[in-house]
Design a protein around this ligand. Structure first.
Ligand code: BTN
Length: 228
């Protein structure tokens, strides 16, 4: 079920509250605008009307792959949808789950967990993007796609359900393969707070492998990475 509200503080906050009240997996909430949209690392997510702001709920089950790997599921599903909407554009995943087009940020995903509930929030620049001199951004309209937030959430809910079912039934392997096919190529130069290196693929659990100048490999489970 996709619920739509005109305005809320943060769709992630609302779905987390629904989860505490016992809401089932598969719930979606979309807002036309958010007054306190949140991004990763405590950043604000500007949320004026026209873009997609939506969150969904996953209930972890016994036997599921590690909860953190839902970040890869979400990224694969969102890349799948946006690439179909803008087929002429090259839209790539940047670890763990940003979408970039021409190096500019098109979309971000925020995962938050409480017990068996994982709330996954998607922010997609459909019609406009923030003007931030530090962080280059882009929107889907610039890339030739015209899509309303309502259409985008329908497509995303359907696509996410398919990838979630594969994650549950087949494990992480097909998700990891799809993620690698849609992400920055092996050997891409990446910058992290702990140093720079070359992208060396993913560990079996989805962690980032970074090959350092001295030939050693650093494995990252969290944090920001930037394309150099
Ligand atoms: O920092 C990022 O890249 C993640 C941004 C996630 C933004 C979305 S918009 C819908 C949901 N509600 C929020 O407050 N944040 C997420």
């Amino acid at each position: 079920m996709i619920r739509v509200v005109v305005e809320t503080a943060s769709t992630n906050d609302d779905v987390l509250a629904d989860a505490r009240d016992g809401a089932p997996e598969g719930l979606w909430l979309r807002a036309d605008r958010q007054t306190a949209g949140r991004g990763r690392q405590g950043r604000a997510w500007q949320s004026p009307p026209g873009n997609l702001y939506a969150s969904t709920l996953v209930r972890l089950q016994a036997g599921d792959p590690a909860a953190a790997t839902l970040a890869l599921v979400a990224a694969v599903a969102l890349q799948d949808v946006t690439a179909r909407l803008a087929p002429a554009a090259v839209i790539r995943i940047k670890w763990p789950n940003d979408l970039l087009a021409d190096g500019a940020k098109l979309a971000g995903i925020l995962l938050e967990r409480e017990g068996d509930a994982v709330v996954i929030g998607f922010g997609v620049n459909l019609a406009h993007h923030p003007d931030d001199i530090d962080r280059c951004a882009i929107n889907l309209a610039v890339l030739g796609a015209s899509c309303t937030p309502g259409m985008a959430v329908e497509l995303l809910a359907e696509c996410f359900a398919r990838w979630l079912a594969r994650w549950r039934n087949e494990g992480l392997a097909p998700i990891r393969t799809a993620w690698l096919a849609a992400a920055h190529p092996i050997g891409t130069a990446l910058s992290t707070a702990e140093g720079d290196g070359l992208f060396d693929g993913l560990e079996a659990d989805g962690a980032l492998r970074l090959c350092l100048a001295d030939g050693s490999v650093r494995v990252m489970h969290a944090g920001d990475v930037f394309l150099i």
